[in-house]
Ligand binder design. Sequence first.
Ligand SMILES: Cc1ncc(COP(=O)(O)O)c(C=O)c1O
Length: 383
Amino acid sequence: MEQGHGVSRPVTLERPVPLVDLELGHQVLADDLRAAFERVLASSSFVGGREVEHLEEVLAELVGAPHVVAVGSGTVALHLALFAAGVGPGDEVILPPNTFFATAEAVVAAGAMPVLADVDPYTALLDPEAVEAAVTPRTAAIAAVDLYGQPFDADRFRAIADRHGLFLLEDAAQALGGAWHERPAGSLGDAAGFSFYPGKNLGALGDGGAVTTADAGLARRVRLLRSHGEEPRGVHLVSGFCERLDELQAAFLTAKLPHFQVAQAERRRGVSRYRQRLAGVEEVDLVKTAEGARHAYHLLVARVPRRNAVLTHLHTAGVGASVHYPTPIHLQPACPHLGGKGTHPHAEALADSVLSLPLFPGITDALVDRCADALGTAIETTR
Ligand SMILES: Cc1ncc(COP(=O)(O)O)c(C=O)c1O
């Protein structure tokens, strides 16, 4: 029987192991989610109500940020945070090449120019020295990413931002539950953006996101921007967007939050098991966690040789491994102006070698063993 979350489901070794088992998580929460739906239906308040306010209050406590503004997605959270900070046309924003495309999109949506800086090959996180080297008189902000759920070195990035007078945006889309020296992800920059995309550690039943910040003025501007710049009703102070989180998604997220710490503990348990099983497997290196970082383990990522052949082998063995991300931002068709091949060698080497292993709350030792063993076999047979 499978462990975790108290759910019983027969394990058949034939059943493929998904990268993320959303179905398992939602079985456990189904009654709470139905109750949340019924509550919102009964209220007939679907946009801009108490559910969103309540979620914002709970998240503020969890993240240790005085202000939380729930919005339509993680991409919008990053975009509105930059926009509200006054980052726009003529400005440059430094970000890593190995992130989900949305980090760059948010910069472009704000009207600014993305500038890429290479990453540390071991942690896969933005390299502070590469960032310093990329600063120009036009640089207005750094968008540092808590990649895979690992928070960046907030002390070093704060110092760089302060030295150059830059806005520090934390892309915490993957990092709810992480921390840097006990300071929670979401509180590490001047503002942060979270994503509640369904596969995230805290996922909605649709899209969602939030901006977190200690800056009351910035929070107020994001609040205005998410809802047509309107305050009070009928008065549009600025031209904004229609990017609110709706009441249903807020209610679903609130229903999931009491289970969040247990789910995180189950992720950590899965990771420890992987570490044990992979310790003796040659040529497999888990992406390093820096001292001082508490990893949220949105993804467990290894560097492997012959990655594409290994991935094919794993899929044949029913292991739903994946790649985050196979193409760095500067090699995407949409970004021919951001540098060609060879511009950011560490990010490019990572793109060719990273492999994300199945990991989700409720993953059993048996499933981890199966995935780890399949990885060992794949490495051997592709040698
Ligand atoms: C690092 C990173 N940034 C931004 C985003 C954008 O979030 P969303 O998909 O909610 O717009 C995501 C998630 O997909 C992400 O992983």
